[in-house]
Design a protein around this ligand. Structure first.
Ligand code: GLU
Length: 495
C-alpha cells in the first residue's frame, strides 16, 4: 500500500500549534513509509474562512520546515486541494446518497430546530435531530424545492446498535448509534459540511491513514457510515492525544498562547518548536530530548505514541530553545537568525514610517521601539495606576478587548480600529481613556507609537498574550466574575 497522509486545516484565524503538531506526525509517518504528505485546505465555512489565514498556514508550516508533497500552492495529481474549489464534487456525492436512500432533504428552519431542542431539553433529553425530514413524501419534497424553500441534506443513522471502528493507537472503539446525530452533509448555502467533504476528499485523494486530533473520535461513526454508504474502504484511523495546558485542560488560547506565529514572534527557533512538538506523546528510542526533524523521521514509529495528554509547557520549550541556540548556532548563524527573526528590512520597513516623524536623532529610536521587538512587557498592577479608569474598568476593558479581538478574522489596521472603537462606544468610554490600559498592556507604558499600527506589527498572538498578561497582573477574574463579565459583554452586542 502506498502511504498517503494529510493535514487538513481550516483557514479560520491564526494557525494553531496543534495544527503543526498533527502535520508533524503525519509528515513523519508518510516519510518513514516513503509515502506522500498532503496539505488540504478545508475552507467550506464561507463565513469564517479567509485567504490571509490560508497564507499564514502555508508560511508558518514552512517556517517550521514542514513541507508537503501536494497542496493548493504546490499542486499534485489529486487536486484541487482547496475544498471551496471542489463544491460540484460534493454536490454529486450528496445527490448520490439521497438517490440511494442514505440521505434526505430537511426543510426545517433554524427556529423550528431551536424549538425542537428546547422541548427535548425540558424533557431532560440530550438535544438531537428527531428525524422530522424523513417523513416527507416525494411530492412534498418536490413542491418545496420548486418553491425555493431552503433545505439541507442530512445523512441517515441507524436507530439502534453500536458503531465499532478501529483506531491505530486505541484499538477497537464502540459508540452507540443513539449518540450519533443525523448529520447535515450539505448546508443550505450549497456548501458541504466538514464530514461529507472530508470523507469524499480522503477517498478521492487516496489517503491511506487519517492521523488527526482526538477531538474527532466522535465523528468517526459518521465517517465510517459514509464510507459504507459509498461502498469505499475507510482509511486507517489514528487519533492523536490532545495537547494540554499545564493544568491538563485542552490547550486553548484563553489560557496559553497557541498560535505558531506567537512562538515565531517571540523568537523561538523553528527547530526547537518542532523538536518540542515531536516530544508531545512521543520520544526518541534513547530518550534524547533534543532531536532534529530528520532524526525524528529516521526513528519514528507511530505505535510508540502514548495517549496520556501531553502538556505543552512553555518553560520546557524555553529550556529546549536555549539549548538549540547555544549548541547549534555559531556566531554567523546566530546573526543570520536574528536578522531573519526581526532585525531585517521588512520589519524596519513597518517601523520606520511610525518613528521617522518622531525622532531627532537615531539614538531616540531604540527606547521607542523596544516593545515592538520584545516578548511580554515587564508590568505589574501598579503600572495601570496612571490610567484615568479604575482597576475594575481596566479589567473590563482588557477582557472585552481580548474577546472582541478574537472575532477579528483579518488582522488589518482599519478592522482593529473598527473593533475597538465600537467596543469603546458600546462601553460608553472615550476612545482615549479606553486605549490607555491597552497601551500599558501592549507597550508597557501609557504612551507609545500609534496603537493600531503597533498591533499590526506585533500580530494577533502577541497582542492577545500581552493583554492577557495585563489581566493576569491585575488578578484574573474568578469563574463567577468571568461569567458575569461574559453576560455583560454579550449585552453590549458588539460584532
Ligand atoms: N478541518 C479539520 C480541522 O480543522 C480537519 C480534521 C481532520 O483531520 O479530519 O482540524
Amino acid at each position: 500500500m502506498i502511504v498517503r497522509t494529510r493535514v487538513a486545516p481550516s483557514p479560520t484565524g491564526d494557525p494553531h500549534v496543534g495544527t503543526a503538531y498533527i502535520a508533524l506526525f503525519n509528515l513523519c509517518f508518510a516519510r518513514q513509509h516513503d509515502g506522500c504528505f498532503v496539505l488540504r485546505i478545508e475552507d467550506t465555512d464561507q463565513q469564517r474562512s479567509n485567504k490571509q489565514s490560508e497564507q499564514t498556514i502555508f508560511d508558518s508550516l514552512r517556517w517550521l520546515g514542514l513541507e508537503w508533497d501536494e497542496g493548493p500552492d504546490v499542486g499534485g495529481e489529486f487536486g484541487p486541494y482547496r475544498q471551496s474549489e471542489r463544491t460540484s464534487i460534493y454536490k454529486k456525492y450528496a445527490d448520490q446518497l439521497v438517490e440511494a436512500g442514505h440521505a434526505f432533504y430537511c426543510f426545517a428552519t433554524t427556529e423550528e430546530l431551536d424549538d425542537m431542542r428546547r422541548e427535548q431539553m425540558t424533557h431532560g433529553e440530550t438535544p438531537k435531530y428527531d428525524g422530522r425530514g424523513l417523513s416527507l413524501s416525494s411530492t412534498e419534497i418536490a413542491d418545496r424545492r420548486a418553491a425555493g424553500t431552503p433545505y439541507v441534506i442530512r445523512m441517515k443513522i441507524p436507530e439502534q446498535g453500536v458503531c465499532r471502528f478501529d483506531d491505530m493507537l486505541r484499538g477497537p472503539i464502540e459508540i452507540p448509534w443513539s449518540q450519533v446525530d443525523m448529520q447535515v452533509l450539505m448546508k443550505a448555502d450549497g456548501m458541504p459540511t466538514y464530514h461529507l467533504a472530508n470523507v469524499v476528499d480522503d477517498h478521492l485523494m487516496e489517503i491511506s491513514h487519517v492521523i488527526r486530533g482526538e477531538e474527532w473520535i466522535n465523528s468517526a461513526p459518521k465517517h465510517q457510515l459514509l464510507y459504507e454508504y459509498f461502498g469505499w474502504d475507510m482509511p486507517v484511523l489514528c487519533h492523536m492525544p490532545l495537547l494540554r495546558n499545564p493544568d491538563k485542560s485542552k490547550l486553548s488560547k484563553r489560557k496559553n498562547p497557541t498560535g505558531i506565529n506567537f512562538y515565531r514572534a517571540m523568537g523561538y527557533l523553528p527547530e526547537a518548536l518542532i523538536n518540542y512538538l515531536g516530544r508531545m506523546g512521543w520520544s526518541m528510542p534513547d530518550e534524547e530530548e533534543k532531536f532534529s526533524l530528520p532524526e525524528m523521521v529516521a526513528n519514528f514509529n507511530i505505535e510508540d505514541v502514548h495517549l496520556g495528554g501531553p502538556v505543552f509547557d512553555t518553560e520546557k520549550l524555553d529550556w529546549l530553545n536555549g539549548r538549540w541556540i547555544r549548541e547549534d548556532l555559531d556566531e554567523g548563524a546566530f546573526r543570520e537568525r536574528l536578522i531573519e527573526w526581526a532585525l531585517n528590512g521588512d520589519k524596519l520597513g513597518e517601523i520606520i514610517p511610525l518613528v521617522q516623524g518622531r525622532v531627532e536623532k537615531f539614538s531616540d529610536l531604540a527606547p521607542m521601539v523596544t516593545y515592538l521587538l520584545a516578548g511580554i512587557p515587564d508590568i505589574d498592577a501598579a503600572s495601570f495606576d496612571q490610567t484615568k479608569v479604575d482597576t475594575q474598568l481596566t479589567q473590563k476593558i482588557l477582557q472585552y478587548a481580548v474577546w472582541s479581538l478574537d472575532g477579528v478574522s483579518e488582522w488589518h489596521r482599519d478592522k482593529l480600529y473598527q473593533c475597538l472603537n465600537e467596543l469603546a462606544r458600546a462601553m460608553d468610554i472615550k476612545l482615549k481613556d479606553f486605549m490607555e490600559p491597552l497601551f500599558i498592556a501592549l507597550a508597557g507604558k501609557s504612551a507609545a507609537l500609534p496603537l493600531f499600527d503597533s498591533m499590526i506589527i506585533l500580530g494577533p498572538d502577541l497582542v492577545r498574550a500581552r493583554i492577557r498578561h495585563g489581566l493576569e497582573t491585575l488578578g484574573l477574574p474568578s469563574k463567577k466574575q468571568l461569567k458575569k463579565l461574559d453576560k455583560e459583554y454579550q449585552q453590549l452586542a458588539v460584532s
